[in-house]
Design a protein around this ligand. Structure first.
Ligand code: FMN
Length: 395
């Protein structure tokens, strides 16, 4: 990525990872990502905000060389995760006078991940500031979005918030700012929120409240493009972190020989005919990131699985486990599927989603191919979902 000026004395010096397809070996990122790093030149001190991932050291250092900077006093580390801190050891070697500025918790992690010695680290507390001469950095300690170490940095004079992963998106784009690609960006930012921030919705709300006390002209996250229209992403985060659910059912399903699939197809039709949005996801080849995104605001989740070796199909177990840790705001959960001779699929799946604060519907779990009685059971299930959605006032 070229060095680009954001405003006077503030530059983008990070890198674009056009080819990355999966993050954390867990969530697909269909549009790549960026690792954003920012250079701020004050009248007395020069600072770098965050670094880039392992493997991008050369591009990163080249950017710094191109920027013409000869001395960097501090590198602010908002979050120690390796996609931001991977290149920091190389940076510290090349800039021996630079000190890391970070939170107490982040310092702990920088030591265990990179063995950075104490004398290179300055710990800052919540609300503390550092003067760069004509510019001032204020630190906001904001843990748990999404690690215990996360913080944000506010550049007072230019009203720029370096929010790190908060407000991020996995979107490899040459545009420095979100531009006329907002529709595309919105989906990617929502996907990012669902996969990274959804389990911490309470903290997200707290920090949105806190940020409402700051004038924000630019938000500069650590992934994806920056925001000049800061309300756009703040409004989106406000909605995504709210308790509001949509009149929508998502049905992650898997079927080996077609019985469960027939039930899913029937349920899909039954719900559509009742005016309920439905999105079945065939787990054989489903994009887990896309499912996470839909989990964000669906009122109801129906997991559909046959019995395999006395329990749920592993692909269904995987999605139940994922939903349990991502903690979506769904209010209603159901289980449907087919078995041959016996097992504990319903019990096992129910236990896997035990952390979710939901009402659990009666399962429709049948032997073999669905028959008239099974379809009647699905009609009843669709009615129950309809009634609940009416109760929730979302129809
Ligand atoms: C590898 C395998 C293991 C199975 N294990 C069990 C089992 O432990 N208990 C059971 O009731 N049925 C078991 N079955 C039978 C299926 O659950 C049954 O055929 C079901 O109707 C399949 O649903 P589907 O057509 O949606 O795949 C197994 C089937 C397969 C292929």
């Amino acid at each position: 990525m070229a060095v680009r000026e954001i405003c006077k004395g503030v530059y983008s010096v990070g890198v674009i990872d056009w080819d990355r397809e999966v993050f954390d070996n867990l969530l697909p990122i269909p549009e790549g990502t960026t690792y954003n790093s920012y250079l701020i030149e004050g009248s007395e001190k020069t600072v770098l905000i965050d670094g880039v991932d392992f493997g991008f050291e050369e591009e990163f250092i080249t950017n710094l060389a191109r920027s013409g900077v000869s001395k960097i006093d501090y590198i602010v580390v908002n979050h120690s995760e390796q996609d931001h801190s991977g290149a920091i050891p190389v940076f510290l070697e090349l800039f021996p006078g630079a000190k890391v500025v970070t939170s107490e918790k982040c310092k702990e992690f920088l030591k265990i991940f990179h063995n950075i010695p104490d004398f290179r680290i300055i710990v800052v507390g919540d609300g503390e500031t550092i003067s760069l001469g004509d510019k001032t950095l204020e630190f906001l300690i904001t843990p748990w979005v999404h690690w215990p170490d996360t913080m944000m940095t506010y550049l007072r004079e230019d009203k720029i918030l370096f929010s790190c992963d908060f407000f991020g998106s996995h979107y490899a784009t040459g545009n420095l700012f979100v531009d006329d690609d907002r529709e595309m960006h919105y989906v990617l930012a929502k996907r990012y929120f669902a996969g990274i921030m959804m389990p911490f919705r309470g903290k997200v709300k707290d920090y949105l409240d806190r940020l409402s006390g700051y004038e924000l002209e630019i938000i500069a996250p650590s992934h994806g493009p920056l925001y000049k229209d800061t309300n756009y992403i703040i409004d989106a985060y406000t909605e995504w972190s709210s308790d509001k659910v949509r009149n929508r059912v998502i049905i992650p399903y898997i079927s080996m020989h077609g019985s469960t699939e027939k039930m899913v197809k029937y349920l899909t039709e039954a719900l559509l005919s009742r005016g309920i949005e439905v999105r079945p996801f065939n787990l054989a080849n489903a994009d887990i990131g896309r499912i996470a995104m839909d989990l964000l605001d669906a009122a109801t989740i129906i997991v559909a699985s046959p019995t395999v070796l006395f329990g749920p199909h592993p692909k269904a177990a995987n999605i139940a486990f994922l939903a349990n840790i991502l903690k979506p705001k769904a209010r209603l959960v159901g289980i449907i599927g087919s078995y041959g001779w016996g097992g504990k699929t319903v019990n096992s799946l129910s236990a896997m989603i035990g952390k979710l604060d939901v009402e659990v519907l009666d399962p429709v779990y049948i032997k073999g191919l669905p028959d008239e009685e099974a379809y009647a059971g699905i009609e009843k299930l669709a009615d129950e979902i309809l009634n609940k959605h009416k109760e929730y006032n979302i129809l």
